[in-house]
Design a protein around this ligand. Structure first.
Ligand code: PLP
Length: 369
């Protein structure tokens, strides 16, 4: 804390990303990165973009990228906004659609950045509690509000909201913007993009960080009718007109064009996800059905914090959120099959070692079988 800081910055608790450990051999399943490499065509396109042209500012409107995205998503290019990762676009949304004193709604368990942006931009929020089984109760959002943000699939639960529910909410909420953050939709669930022509209060946010293996490149898109896109452009042009550099624009275009690599790795992650879910359940874990590239799990006896720490000692990094309602869960990113086997074997070791210390009545039934 420092006397020169603004009151906002003194008071804020910034978002805490998962650790980026530097140790050599480790299994990193804590930030929902994709374990597979980006398409080789992306790397080629980016190398080809390293030329004298870097002397020039990049195209602020990302025209070629938006035209490619337009063909890919079936949405006119003028209804697409490209930004430096979807977090940046979400931050722009808070300035574009909400005023200080407004009250927006999002679930009590969801992506933590929504709360952080609310604090930073002075936008009030009310959280709507998920049900016992972590479903989004859509009626909970049918109350006065100046905006709604939903992650679909939700994070860190991996649960989806049906398209019917989303549309119902958009219809009931025509006075304000409904933002649907589809960071994980490529791994499962239904996209709301098809609803854009019908509703001028729907904004869909996408990222290249998870399903396209490009977290390091920083590319996100917003899709919505022109009224919403224009507001985002205004905010951007009040902060930094050149948010997406030439190299990133070239890489993002190539990523959208290479559907084959994309589909292949998405399929692998989905297969690993179902295999792991099944194994963990057989070993007594409670695992939430996930439509994303991570699993949310808890053990009937051993606390999540203890598992998290024991895994960490073995250089296996997963995510643990010391927050109400989810502080007995681990969120584990789906890695390669090899990484998941290392994780699973370590977990079984930890469960068995802990079991030996417990009275028989409290032991886990057939750990590791
Ligand atoms: C990872 C994630 C993002 C951020 O994506 P970037 O494009 O890397 O900024 C946004 N929303 C949710 C729900 C995420 O999990």
């Amino acid at each position: 804390m420092n006397k020169y800081w603004s009151e906002t910055i003194k008071g804020i608790a910034p978002y805490v990303p998962g650790e980026q450990p530097r140790a050599g051999r480790l299994v990193k399943l804590n930030t929902n990165e994709n374990p597979y490499p980006p398409s080789p065509e992306v790397l080629e396109a980016m190398k080809a973009a390293v030329t004298d042209k870097l002397r020039l500012y990049p195209d602020p409107n990302c025209s070629r990228l938006r035209e490619t995205a337009s063909r890919h998503y079936g949405v006119p290019a003028e209804q697409i906004f490209a930004g430096n990762g979807s977090d940046e676009i979400l931050a722009f949304c808070f300035k574009a659609f909400f005023d200080p004193g407004d009250t927006i709604l999002f679930p009590d368990i969801t992506y933590n950045f929504y709360e952080v942006y609310g604090e930073l931009f002075g936008v009030s929020y009310r959280t709507v509690p998920l049900t016992e089984s972590f479903e989004v109760p859509i009626e909970g959002f049918f109350t006065d509000n100046d905006g709604v943000i939903l992650a679909n699939p939700n994070a860190p639960t991996g649960k989806t909201i049906s398209l019917e529910d989303i549309e119902f909410l958009i219809k009931r909420n025509r006075q304000a913007v409904v933002i649907v953050d589809e960071a994980y939709v490529d791994f499962g669930g239904e996209s709301s993009i098809g609803l854009i022509p019908k509703y001028d209060n729907l904004l869909v946010i996408r990222t290249f960080s998870k399903s396209r293996s490009l977290a390091g490149l920083r590319i996100g898109l917003a899709l919505g009718q022109r009224n919403l896109i224009e507001a985002l452009i205004r905010v951007r042009d009040c902060i930094n007109c050149f948010t997406v550099d030439w190299i990133a624009q070239a890489g993002a275009i190539a990523s959208l064009e290479d559907t084959k690599t994309f589909t292949h790795y998405i399929g692998r992650i989905a297969a690993t996800r179902s295999r792991m879910t099944e194994h963990l359940r057989e070993s007594g874990f409670h695992v939430i059905d996930s439509s994303a590239n991570f699993l949310m799990m808890s053990h009937p006896v051993i606390r999540a914090k203890a598992l998290y720490e024991a895994l960490r000692e073995r250089n296996i990094f997963v995510r643990f959120f010391p927050k109400p309602r989810i502080d007995n869960y681990l969120r584990v990113t789906i890695g390669t099959d090899e990484e998941m086997d290392i994780f699973y074997d370590a977990l079984m070791d930890i469960v068995m070692a802990t079991n030996r210390l417990l009275p028989e009545s409290e032991q886990t039934p057939n750990p590791g079988d």
